[in-house]
Design a protein around this ligand. Structure first.
Ligand SMILES: CC(C)(COP(=O)(O)OP(=O)(O)OC[C@H]1O[C@@H](n2cnc3c(N)ncnc32)[C@H](O)[C@@H]1OP(=O)(O)O)[C@@H](O)C(=O)NCCC(=O)NCCS
Length: 206
């Protein structure tokens, strides 16, 4: 399989290419996912008020290294990238992870057919992709696997048309690869696993 592009997790990429404008949706309240998961995890929609927090998270530690690609984003860059997702102007489901009611990370999902440049686009039918980062204070404490599993179960597979979900971490981002495996993801068979690939493809089926 050919990996033609930087994965959409990349902050530097800005607004994802090939995206179709989604129907604007009004966010009038902040529904969280149904029952809090064990350990008090749940998700609520991203709001404009979260953007300064996103900027901070993207400027520190592991999120800076692996998600923002070592470039701390300006407030304007964060706004440019995430405000359209808050407003429902892009087909990206953007959520804040809450732990015991406190913001702890960012998770997003999207249908691959809306992003033909995604490394897993060949599998686009009935497929979704996810990206995520935790606030630095939560990195390395076992939150990620539980949060990924909860996000897939409660958000991604809540859309009945989605049957398979892909993640595309950098092969060198072993913490993410291992967190995904622990959350139940498996590597795509036959995919090139070399360390210098832009992305390693992992999937979980409904
Ligand atoms: C990726 C992320 C969500 C993982 O969540 P986490 O709670 O930090 O992960 P954990 O603490 O559960 O660690 C996951 C696994 O990685 C291992 N690990 C921890 N730190 C590691 C490191 N620096 N290098 C390699 N493996 C590491 C853990 O031992 C664990 O392995 P195991 O399950 O086989 O025991 C989180 O680290 C994060 O937000 N990173 C920054 C953003 C990012 O990389 N996003 C993913 C883009 S695809």
């Amino acid at each position: 399989m050919h990996f033609a592009s930087v994965p959409p997790a990349s902050f530097a990429q800005g607004s994802m290419p090939g995206s179709r404008k989604a129907q604007a949706r009004e966010v009038t309240s902040l529904p969280t996912t149904e029952a809090p998961q064990p350990g008090g995890l749940c998700f609520r929609p991203l709001t404009a008020e979260d953007l300064p927090l996103l900027q901070r998270w993207l400027s520190e530690g592991a999120a800076l290294e692996w998600y923002a690609l070592r470039v701390p984003p300006t407030a304007e860059a964060v706004s440019r990238k995430y405000l359209p997702r808050v407003r429902g102007e892009e087909p990206v489901d953007a959520k804040i992870l809450l732990i015991a009611g406190q913001p702890a990370g960012y998770f997003q999902s999207y249908r691959l057919e809306d992003f033909p440049d995604h490394p897993a686009a060949a599998y686009a039918k009935r497929a979704a992709g996810i990206d995520f980062f935790l606030a630095q204070e939560h990195v390395g404490h076992g939150v990620g696997p539980r949060a990924i599993a909860a996000f897939v179960r409660e958000v991604v597979f809540a859309r009945p048309e989605v049957e398979i979900c892909f993640a595309d971490p950098a092969p060198r981002n072993q913490r993410s690869v291992r967190a995904l495996r622990r959350a139940g993801f498996r590597e795509v068979q036959g995919d090139d696993k070399s360390a210098d690939r832009a992305a390693l493809l992992l999937y979980i089926a409904r």
